[in-house]
Design a protein around this ligand. Structure first.
Ligand code: 3H9
Length: 695
C-alpha cells in the first residue's frame, strides 16, 4: 500500500482508491482496500474511515477487463471487500465525486455513511454490459431509494446526479466545497455524536403492492429488452430483494443471475462494444499527446441531404458552420431543410426555443468560396464524381487558410487522388458520414497516405465532440464499410439466382437480428445509386462477378421507396414493403435464363453466406492494414450498418462461432454457385489453424 492510499487525519483514516483511469476495482485495488480497512481497524487511534477516489472518479465499478479472467474471482473478490467494509467496527464513510458506478456504487452502499458532491454521477450501468449489478446493487439500492426508482435506474443503467438523490437514504450529506474536508468534518461528527453504524442490508423493504408493479415492469421491459436477457434478470433480482426471507437470500439470487449473464454471448458482445468504441479512437502511430489543430469554425460544401446533415452535427455542438452551394435556390432549400428538422425537434419538445435559435444563428449560408477563408475544417459533400471533387478541392486549395483541414465525404473515391488535387495533401482527410448524417453514429475517418498525424488526431477529437463513433480506415475502394457490404450484396444477389426470393433473404437476416435485410435496405437507399456504383465498379474490374438481377430491376425503373417500387411494392405515404409478384417472376425468370435449377435454400445458409462474406472481407482488410483492428470493423458494422448489437459485429460473431467452423463453411460455399467469391482470407485460415481469434 503506498502512502498516498492511506493517510491519517487526526482520528480519521483516509483510504484513497487510486487505479487510473476510473479506479476500476481490480484485484490490486481490492487488496489495498481490505488491507487499509484492517490497518485502520487495528489502529486504536483511528475512530472513523473515509473512502475517497483519486482523479476523476470515486469508482467506475468492477474492472471490466478482468471479466472472464481468474483475477476477477481471486480473493479478495468484490463480495469479500464489500462484506469486509460493511463489517468494519469503525464507521466507514464513502466520499463521492465524479462517478460512482456499478461496483463502485455497490461498495459505497456497503459503507455506513455516504457523502457526495451534487454533480457526482450515480449509476448501476451493468445492464449496458449485458449483466446486472452483481455485488449487492439490486438488493441495497431499492432499500435506500425505493423499489420503483431503483428499478428504473438498474434496468436502464442511466446516470443520476447525486443532487437529485440528496433526500433519499442513499446520502447522508451533500458536500459543497472541498470533498475531502467535508467528508472529514462529517466523519468527526459521526465520531463525536456517536452515530450508530447504519447497515443498508438492515433496512426493511415495505412494498405491499409489489406484485402488480413488478408485473407492470416486466411487461414494459420485455419488448424493449429484445434479445438481451439482462433487463428481465434485473427485475428478478429486485423482486428477490422484496420477497426473500433474508438479505443474504436475495444476494444469492443476484449472484446466480450475475454468474449466468456474464457468460452469455450477449454480454460478451456488449462488453466488446464498450471497449471497441474506445479502442477505435486510438491510432497506433499517433500518440495521445499529439498537438491538435483548433477547430472553431467549420464549412460544409454542398447543402443537399448529406451536407445539411453534416452541418447539423456541428451546429448541435455549438460550432459555427458556413454552408456553401452553387445556386441560391439549392442553398435556400438546404437551409430550409435544416430549419425544418430543428422545428420538428422543437415541436416534439426535444429542443428548446433558445437552442433552436442559437443553432440556426450559427449557420451562415453562402454562394462564395471567399467566405470559407477563415474555416478551420472544410468538409466537401458534393456529387460523387471525381471531376466534381477535383474542381472543389482545387478551389479549396486556393481559398482555405494555411493549416485548414480539408475533408472529403466521399464514400467510394480514391482519397489519395483527391488529396493530390491540392498542394497540401497532408491536410486532406476523408470524413465519411452515413446518412442521415445528423443521426447515424458512425464516421469513417479515411487516412490518406499523406494525411498528417495532427490532422488525424484533430479529426478524431472533433468526432468525439460531435458524438460520433469514429473508425479509421485506410484508402481502398469502399473503405471498410462499403467494401465489405459489396461482398454481402453479391451474396444476396447470387442467392436470388439460386432459389431465394427477396423477402426470404430479408426475413432470414432480420431474424438473425439485422435491422433491415439487404433488399429492404437498398430500396430505402435507392437502387439507382447502387446501380451507378456497380457500373463504375464492375467496369473498372470486369473480372469481378455479380448477379445482374439488380440491374434488371433498375432497367424497369424500380429504384426503390422513392418511386413506390423496388424489390418490393410500396403504397403512397407508407414505407412498408409488400412482396412484388412482378419482381418475384423476374427473379425466377432470370434463374431460368441463366440455366440454373432453383433450389430450396435454408435460413442458415442465407445467414452464413451474408455474414461470413462480411467476416471474410473484414479479415482481408485487417491483413492489408486498411482496418487497424478487428474490433474497429465490428464498430463500423454495429454503428453504421445495422448489424445486431447482441451478435457483436461480423468479427466477434465469427470468433464466437469458432474460426475453424467459419472456414469450413467458406470452403463448402467455395464449391457452390459462384464459388470464386469464396476465397478464404489467408488471415482467417491462419488464425483458425492456430486456434486463435480475431479479437
Ligand atoms: C460492475 O461493476 C460489476 C459489478 O456489479 C459486480 C462485479 C462482481 N473497468 O469512458 P472513458 C476505462 S461492471 C475497466 O473514455 P469517460 C475505459 O475503457 C462495471 N476499465 O472515460 C477507458 O480506457 P482507455 C460497471 C474501465 O470519462 C478509460 O477507462 N461500470 C472501466 O468518458 C476511460 O473511459 C460501468 O459499466 C471499468 N469499469 O467516462 C462503467 N470504466 O482510456 C463503465 C472505464 O484505455 N464506464 N474504463 O480507452 C463508463 O461508463 C465510463 O468509462 C465512465 C468514464 C463514466 C466511468
Amino acid at each position: 500500500m503506498c502512502a498516498s492510499e492511506y493517510q491519517v487525519h487526526g482520528e480519521v483514516a483516509v483510504i484513497t482508491l487510486d487505479n487510473p483511469p476510473v479506479n476500476g476495482l481490480g484485484l490490486a485495488l481490492r487488496s489495498t482496500i481490505t488491507s487499509a480497512v484492517t490497518r485502520a481497524n487495528d489502529d486504536k487511534g483511528i475512530k472513523a474511515i473515509v473512502l475517497i477516489g483519486a482523479g476523476k472518479a470515486f469508482s467506475g465499478g468492477a474492472d471490466i477487463t478482468e471479466f472472464g479472467k481468474p483475477s476477477a474471482l481471486a480473493e479478495p473478490n468484490l463480495h469479500t471487500v464489500i462484506n469486509f467494509v460493511e463489517a468494519s467496527d469503525k464507521p466507514v464513510i464513502a466520499a463521492i465525486h465524479g462517478v460512482a458506478m456499478g461496483g463502485g456504487l455497490e461498495l459505497a452502499l456497503a459503507c455506513h455513511f455516504r457523502v457526495a458532491v451534487a454533480d457526482a454521477k450515480i449509476a448501476l450501468p451493468e445492464v449496458k454490459l449485458g449483466i446486472l449489478p452483481g455485488a449487492g446493487g439490486t438488493q441495497r439500492l431499492p432499500r435506500v431509494i425505493g423499489v420503483e426508482a431503483a428499478l428504473n435506474m438498474i434496468v436502464s443503467g442511466t446516470e443520476v446526479p447525486a443532487g437529485e438523490l440528496a433526500k433519499t437514504a442513499l446520502f447522508d450529506q451533500m458536500i459543497s466545497g472541498d470533498l475531502l474536508q467535508g467528508a472529514l468534518a462529517f466523519a468527526r461528527t459521526v465520531v463525536s455524536e456517536k452515530h450508530p453504524l447504519k447497515l443498508v442490508r438492515d433496512i426493511r423493504i415495505d412494498y405491499p403492492n409489489h406484485q402488480a408493479f413488478l408485473q407492470f415492469a416486466r411487461n414494459m421491459v420485455k419488448p424493449v429488452a429484445g434479445p438481451f436477457p439482462a433487463p428481465l434478470k434485473c427485475i428478478d433480482a429486485i423482486a428477490a430483494a422484496i420477497t426473500s426471507r433474508s438479505f443474504d437470500e436475495g444476494i444469492k439470487v443476484e449472484r446466480e443471475a450475475f454468474l449466468h449473464l456474464v457468460q452469455t454471448p450477449e454480454s460478451r458482445a456488449l462488453r466488446h462494444f464498450f471497449f471497441g468504441e474506445r479502442a477505435a479512437s486510438k491510432i497506433a502511430d499517433v500518440p495521445a499527446d499529439t498537438p491538435l489543430r483548433k477547430i472553431e469554425k467549420v464549412a460544409v460544401i454542398g447543402a443537399g441531404t448529406m451536407g445539411g446533415g453534416i452541418s447539423m452535427n456541428f451546429l448541435n455542438a455549438g460550432i459555427p458552420v458556413t454552408i456553401l452551394e452553387t445556386k441560391q435556390e439549392m442553398l435556400d432549400k438546404g437551409v430550409a431543410t435544416i430549419r425544418k428538422n430543428y422545428e420538428s425537434s422543437l415541436k416534439k419538445g426535444k429542443l428548446t426555443q433558445e437552442k433552436f435559435e442559437s443553432r440556426m444563428g450559427l449557420l451562415k449560408p453562402t454562394l462564395s468560396y471567399e467566405d470559407l477563408q477563415d474555416a478551420d475544417l472544410i468538409i466537401e459533400a458534393v456529387f460523387e464524381e471525381i471531376g466534381v471533387k477535383q474542381q472543389v478541392f482545387q478551389k479549396l486549395d486556393a481559398v482555405a487558410k494555411p493549416g485548414a483541414i480539408l475533408a472529403s465525404n466521399t464514400s467510394t473515391l480514391d482519397l489519395n487522388l483527391i488529396a493530390n488535387f491540392t498542394k497540401r495533401p497532408q491536410d486532406v482527410v476523408g470524413l465519411h458520414f452515413f446518412s442521415p448524417a445528423n443521426i447515424m453514429k458512425l464516421l469513417e475517418v479515411v487516412r490518406g497516405t499523406a494525411t498528417a498525424k495532427d490532422v488525424m488526431a484533430t479529426v478524431m477529437q472533433t468526432a468525439k465532440k460531435i458524438k460520433k463513433t469514429a473508425v479509421v480506415s485506410g484508402v481502398c475502394d469502399g473503405f471498410i464499410g462499403n467494401r465489405m457490404i459489396n461482398q454481402y450484396s453479391r451474396q444476396a444477389g447470387f442467392l436470388l439466382e439460386e432459389g431465394c426470393l427477396p423477402q426470404q433473404v430479408d426475413q432470414a437476416i432480420e431474424k438473425f437480428g439485422f435491422a433491415m435485410g439487404p433488399f429492404r435496405m437498398i430500396d430505402m437507399a435507392g437502387n439507382d445509386i447502387s446501380w451507378a456504383i456497380r457500373k463504375r465498379h464492375y467496369q473498372e474490374c470486369p473480372e469481378i462477378t455479380y448477379s445482374k438481377t439488380a440491374d434488371l430491376l433498375c432497367e424497369l425503373g424500380r429504384f426503390g421507396q422513392k418511386v413506390g417500387a423496388g424489390w418490393y411494392d410500396y403504397k403512397p405515404g407508407d414505407r412498408s414493403a409488400h412482396p412484388s409478384q412482378l419482381v418475384n417472376d423476374m427473379v425466377i425468370k432470370h434463374s431460368a435464363d441463366l440455366g440454373i435449377t432453383r433450389r430450396k435454400i435454408s435460413d442458415q445458409e442465407i445467414v452464413e453466406r451474408l455474414v461470413y462474406a462480411l467476416t471474410n472481407e473484414g479479415a482481408c482488410l485487417l491483413e492489408e492494414g486498411i482496418a487497424q483492428r478487428a474490433s474497429d470493423i465490428d464498430m463500423v458494422y454495429l454503428t453504421g450498418y445495422g448489424f445486431p448489437l447482441h451478435r457483436g459485429g461480423p468479427m466477434l460473431y465469427a470468433d464466437i462461432i469458432g474460426l475453424p467452423n467459419v472456414l469450413n463453411a467458406i470452403r463448402k460455399y467455395a464449391k457452390g454457385h459462384h464459388g470464386e467469391c469464396w476465397q478464404a482470407a489467408p488471415l482467417l485460415a491462419k488464425l483458425a489453424a492456430e486456434g486463435k481469434t480475431f479479437n
